[in-house]
Design a protein around this ligand. Structure first.
Ligand code: HPA
Ligand SMILES: [Zn+2]
Length: 338
C-alpha cells in the first residue's frame, strides 16, 4: 500500500504555511535575523513538541513564527513546503496564512503575502504545482482586529481566494466573527472555518449557517450528531480532516480510533490534509500512510480522498477535470488486487 500511496496524486486543502517551519529552517532564520530562540539545537526544538491539546501546540507554534521577518523568509518557508509537495505528488495546494501573527510583531502584510506568493508562482512554473491562498483570522483576537485585517487584504484580493478562521476554538465560537465574515462575503471572498476540532458539533452548524462556509476545516466532531452527519452527506460540504494533527493533539487517542473511515463510509466529502506538518510529524504521504495502516481502507477508498479534495478545491472546472482524469487513470492502472 505504501508504494501506491506514495505515487497517488494528492490535493492539500488544509495547510498552515507557518506550520511547515521545520526546526532546521527555524534555526537558520533565527541566526540570519538575529532572533533569540530558547533552544540550542533543532533536536531540542523537536523534543519540545510534546502536545496535550490544541492550546499547548499553539503556544509553541506562535513562538516559532517569530523568526519570520523578511520577504525572503516567507519565500524560503513556502518553497521548502512546495518541494515536499513535489515529493508527495501533490498536484494542487490551498494554503492558509495568519497575517495577525506577523503584523502584530511589526512585519508588514505585504512582506508576508509577497514572499509566499513569489514561491507559489515559481512552483506553478517550475514544479507544475497549482495553488490558492486563504487568509485566516486568529479567533482568540477580537472582531475589530479581524475587521482591520480584512481591510489590509483588499489590495491583495487577486492573490487571496478566501477567508478562514483558526487558533483556539474553545471560547471563540463562529458567532464571534459573523459580521466580519458577512463583510468578507460581500467583498467576494469565499469562506472556510476551523470547526469541530476540539469544539462541539454546534460549531459546525454555526460555521455553515452564520459564516456561510464552503468547507469545514477539521469537522470531526460531526459524528456526535446524527442529524449533522446526514446534512453533511446530503450537502457534500467538504471536511478537511487532518489525521496526524488529530492524534498529536489528542482529539483521538490513536489513529485506530479516528473516525475518518466512518465519515467516508457515511458518504461525507472528507479529505486528508497535513495541517502543520513540521509540528505533527508528517506531510501528505505520511498522513495517508498513517490512516491506511490503522484503518481498513481499499485503494479506491484512499483515492476517493483525492477525488473529494479535487471537488472541494477552489479552482476552476477545467483544472478540476484534468486532476480528476489523472487521479482516475492512476487508480485504473493500480487497482485493488483481491
Ligand atoms: O489545527 C489547528 N487548529 C486551530 N488553529 C490552528 N493553527 C494552526 N493549526 C491549527
Ligand atoms: Zn488547521
Amino acid at each position: 500500500m505504501k508504494a501506491f500511496i506514495s505515487e497517488l496524486p494528492k490535493v492539500e486543502l488544509h495547510l498552515h504555511i507557518e506550520g511547515t517551519l521545520e526546526p532546521e529552517l527555524m534555526f537558520e532564520l533565527a541566526r540570519r535575523n538575529k532572533v533569540d530562540i530558547p533552544f540550542d539545537t533543532p533536536e531540542a526544538v523537536r523534543a519540545a513538541y510534546d502536545f496535550h491539546n490544541l492550546q499547548s501546540f499553539l503556544d509553541i507554534y506562535y513562538q516559532g513564527a517569530n523568526v519570520l521577518i523578511h520577504e525572503q523568509d516567507f519565500f524560503d518557508l513556502t518553497w521548502a513546503y512546495l518541494l515536499r509537495c513535489q515529493q508527495d505528488n501533490v498536484m494542487h495546494t490551498e494554503i492558509f496564512f495568519d497575517p495577525q501573527t506577523h503584523t502584530d510583531r511589526g512585519v508588514h502584510f505585504s512582506t508576508v503575502v509577497n514572499g509566499i506568493q513569489m514561491a507559489l508562482s515559481q512552483a506553478e512554473k517550475e514544479l507544475g504545482i497549482s495553488s490558492q491562498l486563504i487568509m485566516c483570522f486568529l479567533r482568540h483576537l477580537d472582531e475589530d482586529a479581524a475587521f482591520s485585517t480584512l481591510e489590509m487584504a483588499l489590495p491583495y484580493k487577486d492573490k487571496i481566494v478566501g477567508i478562514g478562521l483558526d487558533s483556539s476554538e474553545q471560547g471563540n465560537p463562529p458567532e464571534k466573527f459573523k459580521r466580519v465574515f458577512e463583510r468578507a462575503l460581500e467583498y467576494g471572498f469565499l469562506t472556510v472555518a476551523h470547526a469541530g476540532e476540539e469544539g462541539p458539533a454546534q460549531n459546525i452548524y454555526d460555521a455553515m449557517d452564520m459564516l456561510k462556509v464552503s468547507r469545514i476545516d477539521h469537522g470531526v466532531s460531526c459524528s456526535q450528531d446524527a442529524t449533522l452527519m446526514n446534512r453533511l452527506a446530503t450537502s457534500q460540504l467538504p471536511l478537511t480532516v487532518c489525521p496526524l494533527s488529530n492524534t498529536r493533539l489528542k482529539v483521538f487517542d490513536s489513529m485506530e480510533q479516528h473516525n475518518i473511515a466512518a465519515l467516508l463510509h457515511h458518504g461525507l466529502c472528507v479529505t486528508i490534509n497535513s495541517d502543520d506538518p513540521a509540528y505533527f510529524g508528517g506531510y501528505m504521504t505520511d498522513n495517508f500512510n498513517a490512516v491506511a495502516e490503522a484503518l481498513p481502507l481499499t485503494r479506491s477508498e484512499l483515492t476517493q480522498f483525492t477525488l473529494n479534495a479535487i471537488e472541494a478545491s477552489f479552482i476552476n472546472d477545467d483544472a478540476k477535470a484534468v486532476m480528476r482524469e489523472r487521479t482516475q487513470a492512476y487508480l485504473t492502472a493500480n487497482q485493488d488486487v483481491e
